[in-house]
Design a protein around this ligand. Structure first.
Ligand SMILES: [Ca+2]
Ligand SMILES: [Ca+2]
Length: 271
């Protein structure tokens, strides 16, 4: 496992993400030990959206015009006064399950990413995140913040995406009103979210071609095209129960039945 840990610390230094985050939590799964599990996985990138570069100390690549710095709140005012400034904070809390402290933190992050104080983020705002810029999966991650071809994401939309990565806690399972919609961080919603990262054309199936594209982004250059094709075929075949050559959402969930999705698709500090 030596090479894997070396690989992780390299990734860690590139993306500015603690190694322990990488080690335990990757939600794409390539069944090919010789590839060293995963290269850069989406969870790390969502982590960077939520916390970097301010949190990781990573500088932006390329240097935007005039080296503008993200606004950082240095004021240590009371938390409730911060929360009061977040529009619709109560309904966001209900929908996402985030603690007030997390919402405040994410709100600061949102404001730091929102150059020009537009009140929303555009693709360009997210493209300035170093870890996404250097990662071939970066664009795919950015897409997930802009569903249905929208061009901007506001704060509620931003946290709604990140809420998929909130760890599942006892409260989520315990006193939940069955009439309420399923929480965004439920196993099913985590799976749905992962599925749509593969299902590019959103037809409800992962085609062989779509699988190939994602795997290509993930495994990098050390794999030949031929190997990649064979990994793709095997991955699709293993999941494809009805033999239509594509992976439906149901087949996707079944193929990941034994995987601890709740754990793998959670960012522990995102409470
Ligand atoms: Ca598809
Ligand atoms: Ca199928």
């Amino acid at each position: 496992m030596k090479s894997r840990s070396a690989d992780l610390s390299r990734v860690s230094s590139i993306a500015g993400i603690p190694t322990q985050v990488l080690q335990t939590q990757c939600f794409f799964h390539v069944k090919q030990p010789s590839l060293g599990a995963s290269r850069l996985c989406p969870l790390q990138l969502f982590w960077a959206v939520a916390f970097g570069p301010g949190a990781t100390g990573r500088r932006r690549p390329g240097g935007g015009r005039g080296g503008r710095r993200p606004r950082r709140s240095s004021a240590m005012g009371s938390r409730s006064s911060h929360a009061a400034r977040i529009p619709d904070v109560d309904s966001i809390r209900r929908e996402t399950g985030f603690s007030q402290a997390s919402l405040i933190r994410l709100y600061h992050r949102f404001q730091a990413l929102d150059r020009n104080e537009k009140g929303y983020l555009s693709r360009v705002d997210l493209q300035q995140i170093g870890a996404l810029a250097v990662n071939p999966l970066g664009d795919r991650i950015i897409d997930s913040f802009f569903p249905d071809g929208s061009l901007r994401v506001d704060f509620p939309g931003f946290v709604r995406v990140l809420a998929h990565f909130r760890p599942v806690d006892d409260e989520d399972n315990g006193n939940r009103d069955p009439k309420e919609p399923e929480p965004l961080n439920s196993r099913m919603n985590k799976l749905r979210f992962a599925f749509q990262l593969y299902d590019l054309d959103r037809d409800g199936k992962i085609s062989r071609h779509e699988m190939l594209q994602v795997l290509r982004l993930m495994v990098g250059v050390q794999v030949t095209e031929e190997q990649l094709e064979s990994i793709t075929d095997r991955t699709v075949q293993e999941a494809d129960e009805d033999g239509d050559g594509a992976v439906s959402f149901l087949e996707f969930t079944k193929s990941l039945e034994k995987m601890n999705i709740e754990q793998k698709m959670s960012i522990r500090i995102l409470k």
